[in-house]
Design a binder for this molecule. Structure first.
Ligand SMILES: CCCCCCCC/C=C\CCCCCCCC(=O)SCCNC(=O)CCNC(=O)[C@H](O)C(C)(C)COP(=O)(O)OP(=O)(O)OC[C@H]1O[C@@H](n2cnc3c(N)ncnc32)[C@H](O)[C@@H]1OP(=O)(O)O
Length: 219
């Protein structure tokens, strides 16, 4: 048996490649609170049965809130740095649709290191619905892709998904804690092989495997 004693490579600093990077501590608490409020609003709008007057009041308040933010916008591609307890850094885009901390459309999924992989927990409400009472299959794939990509990137290798396979084993319910795990299972030249699962109550509802391909970085 071969034991790999190589330390994981350090993820390159995206600033060295022209990306804007903010530390997650730089995200104002007021923005985090606003993002949470907008998530609640989206859920309320999607499910409301309020009458016309209440709907018009809510629309006007939403228009006012949009105007209050002015025209100042963060650049597309801006990244956020998360510093792990061991001092290492992990990066993602700040508006990532699955995990972005400033994106109200993201659940968000937060992943942390667990042994040689990652794990996280997420609850998806009715705005992630596909079949009645169940999570949309595309969102299941999105959760798995994020976990798979994060596992490969957490191993210090900037890479993109080249191939994603999803097995939908059992229906994935809404409004319950979903447990997600992901790990690197192998590597060959520029390919990194990764595997992930979504579980509810300990039962696997979906499994994903992917081939991630390392991005050639200049220099
Ligand atoms: C320091 C700054 C870094 C900044 C960037 C940070 C990254 C992210 C950081 C944090 C993220 C956290 C998590 C994110 C999670 C979400 C992930 C996503 O959603 S990714 C978006 C969707 N995916 C795409 O848009 C890819 C589109 N495809 C491509 O760009 C190319 O096809 C690419 C790069 C994948 C490969 O193209 P080629 O020209 O560079 O390389 P070729 O030679 O074709 O392939 C290399 C090897 O890969 C295999 N390969 C390529 N495609 C394959 C496929 N579909 N199936 C199987 N193998 C494939 C080939 O057979 C070859 O293997 P052999 O070395 O010969 O053994």
């Amino acid at each position: 048996m071969t034991v790999d004693t190589q330390p994981a490579p350090r993820f390159p600093d995206p600033r060295d490649f022209g990306f804007t990077v903010l530390d997650e501590a730089e995200i104002p608490a007021e923005l985090t609170a606003l993002v949470g409020q907008v998530r609640s609003l989206v859920d309320a709008v999607a499910h409301t049965e309020a009458g016309p007057e209440a709907l018009e009041r809510a629309r006007a308040a939403a228009a006012e809130a949009t105007a209050a933010l002015g025209g100042e916008r963060r650049a597309i591609g801006a990244m956020v740095r998360h510093t792990r307890p061991d001092g290492g850094a992990e990066y993602g885009t700040v508006t990532n649709i699955v995990a972005g901390p400033t994106n109200p459309a993201a659940p968000p999924l937060r992943l942390e290191r667990d042994g040689d992989g990652l794990r996280g927990e997420v609850v998806l409400g009715g705005v992630y619905q596909g079949p009645p009472g169940l999570v949309h299959g595309g969102w299941i794939a999105a959760l798995l892709d994020q976990a798979l990509g994060s596992a490969a990137n957490a191993a210090g290798v900037p890479c993109l998904t080249a191939k994603l396979d999803v097995d939908y084993r059992d229906p994935t319910p809404l409004n319950v804690p979903l447990h997600i795990t992901a790990r690197v299972t192998g590597a060959e030249r520029r390919k990194v092989f990764v595997s992930a699962e979504i579980r509810h109550n300990g039962e696997v509802t979906a499994e994903g495997t992917a081939i991630m391909v390392r991005i050639p970085l200049p220099g």
